[in-house]
Design a protein around this ligand. Structure first.
Ligand code: C2E
Ligand code: CA
Ligand code: CA
Length: 394
């Protein structure tokens, strides 16, 4: 009670007339403030933070004060008070959910929820109206540019907004049940495409798998079923997932993946180096490929640290018998550095953007004709960073 009384006093001291501070009951307080515009809101939050920063001395003990702030903003002078309180309460619980000393605004939460709903709606529409597409980005031998595989990347062909990348919808898909049917569609489409491609010997197709998909214990069985149904080899399929997904998945996930890899399915760790970056996991999981994150590749030829990281991952992968693929190769300089560092496989805009299946097929068919080996030494590298891959391989 003494703590609450003192907190009340401090809050009252943090506002100026005609604003008011009141205790709502329990440990909830409410401040009613009139402000010229929304830009003044953070200032009020800061004053509350400042007021409650120092511990409270109650009955001879210093007590730290934890709190969460929920805000609601109205321009209507006749707004319903109860309604406003409910809104602020909703925002406060959301803030509390995210940890101590946070604040949330009801209107921001509401807009976010609406956007989420509309994306969910678009995703359902896309499933029923067959609007998802897979694009395929080549994975190349860094020495001679030959395509050795591809990564399937999801796109949504929106009737009004054109082709949308996963950045605009994947989070919502993953946090809803829609990831199930979407992931199933991706796997099925990728397997069917592999069967149609009559791909060259050793060609593999990588498919991204999200954490939510791995939680589903039927995934491994379904993957094997789709592979046999499509009449393709398990060795042609690679599943890409991030380290955190593997680590958080725990034992059941590892067991399922072992079953898949025992059948020949490949397993790649995506965005390697951005998560735990733990080398121990490379051995713990049945992984056979490591994808070096784009952020390190970007620094090749420019940042010593990035070079060292790429070199270390490449060397380590080599000694563990794993493939290393450098992601996000955009410049000839980066490609040449990768060769020098011994990184055999590369993927990125320089080597090819994600394209529809037919376009990748065309490149596959023509690659024996179009591509010829190029010098491997660093000195022969063109200095122009924006040289395209076709210039580079003639
Ligand atoms: P990711 O698996 O790391 O895929 C690589 C992303 O980098 C792709 O973005 C690709 O278009 C982009 N990229 C490739 N080369 C370059 C380059 O040289 N420079 C730059 N700046 N970017 C490059 P995208 O297609 O937008 O996909 C983003 C992420 O969405 C993927 O990251 C993956 O995590 C997720 N995703 C994509 N398709 C699927 C899917 O079918 N299922 C699941 N679960 N996730 C997917
Ligand atoms: Ca990937
Ligand atoms: Ca990646």
């Amino acid at each position: 009670d003494e703590v609450l009384r003192q907190v009340g006093n401090r809050l009252a001291g943090a506002v100026r007339a005609p604003d008011t501070a009141a205790r709502l009951g329990g440990d909830e307080f409410v401040l009613v403030c009139s402000v010229p515009d929304e830009a003044s809101v953070p200032g009020i939050v800061e004053r509350v933070h400042a007021a409650l920063a120092a511990p409270v001395l109650a009955n001879g003990t210093m007590v730290g004060v934890g709190f969460s702030i929920g805000l609601t903003i109205t321009r209507n002078p006749n707004a319903d008070g109860d309604e406003l309180l409910r809104e602020a309460d909703t925002a406060m619980y959301e803030a509390k959910h995210h940890g101590h000393r946070r604040w949330e605004t009801y209107q921001v939460l509401r807009d976010r929820a609406r956007e989420r709903q509309s994306i969910e709606h678009e995703l359902k529409e896309a499933l029923t109206h067959d609007r998802f597409r897979l694009y395929y980005q080549p994975i190349c031998d860094s020495m001679d540019g030959r395509i050795v595989g591809a990564e399937a990347l999801l796109r949504l062909e929106h009737p009004a907004r054109g082709v949308l990348g996963p950045g605009s919808f994947m989070k919502v898909a993953e946090s809803s049940d829609l990831i199930g049917p979407i992931g199933q569609w991706v796997l099925q489409t990728a397997c069917a495409q592999l069967a149609r491609w009559a791909a060259p010997e050793g060609f593999h197709l990588a498919v991204n798998i999200s954490g939510r998909e791995l939680e589903d214990s039927t995934l491994c069985g379904r993957v094997l079923g789709m592979i046999s149904e499509a009449g393709i080899e398990a060795q042609q399929v690679v599943l890409e997932m991030t380290e955190s997904v593997l680590i958080e998945g725990g034992r059941p996930v590892i067991q399922g993946l072992r079953r898949l890899t025992a059948e020949g399915v490949g397993l790649a760790i995506d965005d390697f180096g951005t998560g735990y970056g733990s080398l121990r996991y490379l051995q713990k999981f049945p992984v056979n490929t490591v994808k070096i994150d784009r952020s390190f590749v970007a620094g090749l030829g420019r940042r010593q640290q990035d070079e060292a990281i790429v070199q270390a991952i490449t060397a380590l992968s080599g000694s563990l018998g794993l493939n290393a693929i450098a992601e996000g190769v955009e410049t000839a300089t980066q490609l040449v550095r990768l060769r020098t560092l011994g990184c055999r496989l590369a993927q990125g805009y320089l080597l090819g953007r994600p394209v529809p299946a037919d376009e990748l097929m065309e490149r596959l068919v023509n690659q024996d004709v179009v591509m010829s080996p190029v010098p491997v030494t660093e000195r022969s590298a063109p200095s122009e960073p924006d040289l395209s891959a076709s210039d580079w391989w003639g």
